[in-house]
Design a binder for this molecule. Structure first.
Ligand code: GDP
Ligand code: MG
Length: 185
């Protein structure tokens, strides 16, 4: 029985809900509510609780995916989920305000998962942001996590194939680390 808990994190509008919907084998459980922060992003609804989806990899293998809110006032939920998660799918939209600051804040908030498990970064909405933002995000990620070659992909959260490639790379990395740890113990 293998079960992976993967968190999808990133700023509001990064594509977390879209990605989980693209990937999930079950109907996604989402809690959306009125967006009270229309200054940061003019979107009528946003996720205030979480999104939950699952991928079945076989009779006993499952990936549980949780999308966590981008707004820092929901910190308590990060802490709760952080304890169960082994992997972080960090999504940063190319058109985000201050993408470097977003990367640094998110990496700091999820440091526990990164240390214990694995991380992969997806730059979403690449078609909508300035062209050089990818390079800036790569440099920021590698400066923030200097001891790892963290993969950074340009992805479209709406594309199930791209999202699945990114997620499966992360799961393979987590399983390899677990196997190495078990071998050493
Ligand atoms: N053009 C474009 N739109 C995208 C891309 N990825 C996500 N979106 C859109 O961005 C919007 C915000 O996504 P959402 O999943 O609500 O973001 P969340 O706040 O992180 O859950 C949605 O309308 C998505 O369809 C992308 O790569 N390109
Ligand atoms: Mg959402």
């Amino acid at each position: 029985m293998a079960e992976h808990v993967i968190l999808f994190a990133g700023p509001m509008g990064a594509g977390k809900s879209t990605a989980i919907r693209s990937l999930s084998d079950i109907e996604v459980v989402s809690t959306e509510a009125a967006n009270t922060d229309r200054i940061t992003m003019d979107k009528p609804t946003t996720t205030v609780a979480l999104d939950y989806g699952e991928i079945d990899l076989g009779p006993d293998d499952k990936i549980r995916m949780y999308g966590v809110p981008g707004q820092s006032r929901f910190d308590f939920m990060w802490t709760m989920l952080q304890e169960r998660a082994m992997g972080l799918m960090l999504l940063i939209n190319a058109d985000a305000a201050e993408p470097e600051r977003q990367v640094r804040e998110q990496l700091a908030a999820f440091d526990g998962i990164i240390r214990r498990g694995g991380i992969v970064v997806g730059v979403t909405r690449y078609d909508l942001g300035p062209a050089e933002v990818g390079e800036r995000i790569v440099s920021t990620v590698h400066a923030a996590v200097p001891d790892r070659a963290t993969p950074v992909f340009a992805v479209d959260a709406r594309d199930p194939h791209q999202m699945r490639m990114m997620l499966m790379g992360l799961v393979a990395d987590i399983e390899m680390r677990q196997a190495l740890a078990a071998g050493v113990a």
